[in-house]
Design a protein around this ligand. Structure first.
Ligand code: SF4
Ligand code: FES
Length: 252
């Protein structure tokens, strides 16, 4: 197959799981053409179109926006539409479903548990009272937007859940993206829901489960830094607690 410049093919070892055929996952190898500008998702589509139409995987945008093409590539969680084949030469290149999730079929994982966790932290603007429409929009300055913008970049790709050893050990853990998104809304000047979210995040399966390994931030393709968001959340909660002791007449 030659060096990088003369190479014409590469082998992909893809995890298959077809519940009506296999009782447990198996590995299937495909020899595919090598092109310098091809990404792993492109090769999976090549396999589906030319070699094996039964291979199942998720994707949509092909540009790192929809968050649906996350898989393990040589053991590391990655967006396959942004992962170039040439970085894994000479191969073989192993492609598996994201770790720490049940597998529905081949490379497709079950996201239901994450969706329930996400809903628990109320990732939307919570208002104690809505002002009438006649009073206009809730305004926001560039600085107020900047306060939470980093956390709003999350695309729910779930790479961080795959990389997190605590999610692996304690499947109930709310996890990096859900906590980062809770923090995104807490830091939004239009939101008044921090108290409700904190009640959820202080439960046994909440933010204190995080031991700050930091792998979630390493694999995050959008530089959300969920590990940093969790530590900020912990620090702000401790500060709120001290304030409530020192200023008991304040807003508790
Ligand atoms: S925090 Fe990053 S890795 Fe986790 S779901 Fe959001 S974008 Fe993906
Ligand atoms: S296909 Fe949308 S992020 Fe990869």
């Amino acid at each position: 197959m030659g060096d990088k410049n003369s190479r014409t093919s590469v082998v992909l070892e893809v995890q298959r799981y077809r519940p009506e055929v296999e009782s447990r996952p198996v590995v299937q190898s495909y020899e595919v053409p090598f092109r310098k500008d091809w990404v792993v998702l492109g090769v999976l589509n090549y396999i589906k179109d030319n070699l094996d139409g039964s291979l199942s995987f998720r994707w949509s945008c092909r540009m790192g926006v929809c968050g649906s093409c996350g898989m393990m590539v040589n053991g590391t969680p990655a967006l396959t539409c942004a992962t170039f084949l040439e970085h894994y030469l000479p191969g073989p290149i192993r492609v598996e479903p994201l770790e720490n999730f049940p597998v529905v079929r081949d490379l497709v994982i079950d996201m239901d548990d994450f969706m329930h966790k996400l809903k628990r932290v109320k990732p939307w603007i919570v208002r104690e009272e809505e002002k009438p429409l006649s009073e206009g929009e809730y305004l926001q300055s560039p600085d107020q937007l900047y306060a939470y913008k980093q956390y709003s970049m999350c695309i729910n790709c779930l790479l961080c859940y795959s990389a997190c050893p605590i999610v692996g050990l304690e499947p109930g853990f709310l996890g990096p993206a859900a906590i980062a998104l809770a923090q995104r809304y807490n830091l939004d000047n239009r939101d008044e829901g921090k108290k409700q979210r904190t009640e959820i995040l202080q439960q046994d399966d909440g933010m204190y489960e995080c031991t700050f390994v930091g792998e979630c931030s390493v694999v995050c393709p959008k530089s959300v830094d969920p590990a940093g968001a969790i530590q900020r959340y912990k620090a702000s909660t401790a500060l709120d607690w001290w304030k409530s002791l020192l200023l008991p007449w304040g807003n508790r």
